[in-house]
Structures are given as structure tokens and as C-alpha cells.
Write a protein that binds this ligand. Sequence first.
Ligand SMILES: [Ca+2]
Ligand SMILES: [Ca+2]
Length: 227
Amino acid sequence: MKLFSMRPCLHIYLVVVGFLSFFASITLAAVETPATLIVSGTIQKGTATPSKNDKVYAVQSGGQIESIGSVQDNSGFYAIQISKTTDFNGTELGLQLEHAGVRYTLLDNGNPASFVFSGGFFPVTLSLDVLVGSAVGGGNNNSGGGTNDPGTGNNTNFPPTSGSTEFDSRFDVNSDGNFTQVDVDFVKHAVARDPRNLQADINSDGLLNTRDIIEIIKAYVNYIKQR
Ligand SMILES: [Ca+2]
Ligand SMILES: [Ca+2]
């Protein structure tokens, strides 16, 4: 009699295991790979002057915000990290600046700046210099004029250097005596593959992440400009 009652149990067990493994394989197939893109560059003053901590938006053509970045200093350097999954690859995005409560379209050669999202498991970087265009939406914005914030004309260089070709030695992560794209790539690869390599911890916070990539890109852009 005991055997009789064991058999149905075994059958149910096998069916459950079979169902679970089938379900797991479907779930695994549906998991998308993380895809990260970091867009950075300089925002030139146009209808407004960008200032530190202004927000930068990556938006879809319908205006939907996909990610928020910021202006990093008063020279207009901005960076925005867009973390999606691979199914987002191929989506066209534009950029907007929010300054003093007003959103502006950012322009690239006179047209609204746009790029196609193409992120990677290892963060992909895209350089895009833009100019502040007209306010987004228009019409119901009565706050124009009058509000000029002071101090935006100051050029604060990062890193602070006296000579034209000097750089902070922490940016020379491969220790070859030069600050080049190789050092930027070194940090990108370290973040992706070697997170314990604190030689690439550019902002010295004990962590290795995309903040360090943004820091070294920012420093590199300014370094190139000084030369
Ligand atoms: Ca180097
Ligand atoms: Ca860090």
C-alpha cells in the first residue's frame, strides 16, 4: 500500500521539476542585457547660458524623458548616463537643458541634437558638443527676460592647472607620463572588467564606477582644450 501512494508523488515531483526548468529557460531567454551609454561634451551658450548643476535630459521625440544628467562646471561640460537594456538599442534620442526653470532644446549644427542609443554591457561613450536653442514648448512661458543669473561668465578650469600642458598625475592611470585617450579607455575598461583596480578611482571615493569615467572624460576634454 505504501508504494501505491509514493508513485503519484513521484509523478507530481517530475512534472513540477519539468515545468520549473521549462519556465526558467523561458525566463532566462527573456532577460535583456544591461546597456549603458554615457553622452558628454560641452554646451555652448545660446539663448541661455548653462551653469553648473543645470539638468540635462535625454528625451525621445515625443518628449518622454529617458534619463537625467547634469552640467558639471561653468565651462558648460555636461555628462548624462543612460542605463537601459539592449532592447532599447536603436532608439533615437534628443537632448534638452533645464536652466532657471526653463527647458531648452540643445542644438547640433543648427538642428536639434540627436543620437541613436547604442549602449553596451561595458559602458559606451559618445561625445556630443551642443548649443542652447529655443525654449521647449513655448507659448505658456511668461518667465522670460529679466532673470539673468550672475557669475556664469567665469571660466573655472578643471583640473586647476597653471601651465597649458600640465595635468593632474592621477589622470595618467597607465603611468606612461602622458594624459591621452588611452587613460580614458583604461578607466572605462577597469569599471567594466576590473572593479577592484583602484588605480582608476579618479574621484578617490574608494569606488570604481561610471562617476570615474565621467570625471576622466571631463578632465580630458578640458585638457585637450588647453593645448
Ligand atoms: Ca597615460
Ligand atoms: Ca570613484
